[in-house]
Design a protein around this ligand. Structure first.
Ligand SMILES: *[C@@H]1O[C@H](CO)[C@@H](O)[C@H](O)[C@H]1NC(C)=O
Ligand SMILES: *[C@@H]1O[C@H](CO)[C@@H](O)[C@H](O)[C@H]1NC(C)=O
Ligand SMILES: *[C@@H]1O[C@H](CO)[C@@H](O)[C@H](O)[C@H]1NC(C)=O
Ligand SMILES: *[C@@H]1O[C@H](CO)[C@@H](O)[C@H](O)[C@H]1NC(C)=O
Ligand SMILES: *[C@@H]1O[C@H](CO)[C@@H](O)[C@H](O)[C@H]1NC(C)=O
Length: 265
């Protein structure tokens, strides 16, 4: 398309879409979106909300709570501790709260996240699998898997008395070991940073779990970057929470550009 025509269309659309959301009032409701929230020495901005930050300053799926100075993000049934955030790369480092101080949790959950909201690739991470409730006295275990003792830990799964549990780097679960591990009741998979992939002891596993893993969030990142460069505040519309909103003040009036921000330059 002719670039001049494209610019003209963009300008017209932007003018049509851009409408005053709220007049200057005391207090102006979107000023609060300029303020980050802090928990345990970590600052959070968009897409996070919670504490004193209302949902319209964030993305609805990114609610934080602060539990004894630990920022906690719930992804599905599992709570994660947020260890670090990087706004420029849109990444968080998180660790499983249920496995933080105890690799024998009451309820077993895999590490899952909504792949529309998070991308866990390209961080050089490795999966570790934890197998619970394995049959003990598997006769030929040391022959099949000489290192079995190294990767064994005790966990009485729900008081069944089947305490034999194993952890192993998922990519190394080759056939012989898989034959052993099939005799376990249940297993879960947890990503760890690549530098922790060569797990050789239970302590290594604990360190890897506590170091956490990285996810990149995908919450209208490009639109938000553009909004911030234009001195706006990223958020969402309380009426249509699935839509991105850029709150922008001009001459004392607030404007919001809903969803269609990509047409606004
Ligand atoms: C949210 O969107 C509705 C419908 O487009 C609009 O009327 C309202 O002003 C918006 N609210 C904010 C805070 O931008
Ligand atoms: C214990 O039992 C509950 C309910 O049956 C189950 O959800 C949970 O995963 C079990 N825990 C383990 C460690 O298997
Ligand atoms: C975790 O995922 C694996 C593979 O997808 C599955 O076999 C296992 O049952 C899952 N564990 C739990 C506790 O859901
Ligand atoms: C993932 O998140 C998106 C955006 O909030 C939502 O539309 C979708 O239903 C979610 N998917 C699952 C499987 O929860
Ligand atoms: C780890 O496991 C998850 C789910 O089973 C999978 O989607 C992901 O690709 C695995 N990551 C690696 C590095 O193998």
């Amino acid at each position: 398309m002719n670039p001049h025509l494209l610019i003209a269309i963009t300008v017209v659309l932007a003018t049509l879409i851009h409408f005053p959301a709220l007049r200057c009032q005391e207090p102006r409701p979107y000023d609060i979106c300029r303020e980050s929230i802090e928990c345990g020495d970590i600052d959070f901005e968009y897409p996070f909300w919670g504490l004193t930050r209302p949902v319209y300053c964030g993305h609805p799926d990114f609610q934080l709570t602060c539990q004894s100075d630990v920022p906690v993000l719930a992804l599905g049934p599992v709570n994660y501790r947020v260890l670090d955030t990087d706004l420029t790369t849109h990444t968080i480092t998180i660790a499983r709260n249920d496995l933080w101080s105890n690799i024998c949790p009451q309820y077993l959950h895999n590490t899952t996240y909504n792949s529309t909201l998070f991308d866990g690739n390209n961080f050089g991470q490795e999966n570790v699998s934890l197998y619970y409730g394995c049959q003990d006295n598997i006769p030929s275990l040391p022959v099949m898997w000489p290192l079995a003792e190294t990767f064994r830990f005790d966990c009485d799964v729900n008081g069944t008395g089947r305490t034999d549990s194993y952890f192993y780097r998922t990519s190394l679960v080759v056939q012989n070991i898989a034959n052993v591990l099939v005799k376990c009741d249940n297993h879960i998979t947890v990503p760890v940073d690549g530098s922790y992939a060569n797990i050789g002891s239970e302590n290594d596993l604990r360190s890897g779990l506590q170091a956490g893993f990285k996810l990149r969030w995908m919450a209208n990142n490009d639109e938000c970057d553009r909004c911030v460069r234009a001195d706006g505040q990223c958020g969402s519309n309380s009426t249509l929470p699935e839509l991105f909103a850029c709150y922008h003040s001009e001459g004392g009036k607030w404007f919001s550009y809903l969803g269609l921000i990509h047409l606004w330059v």
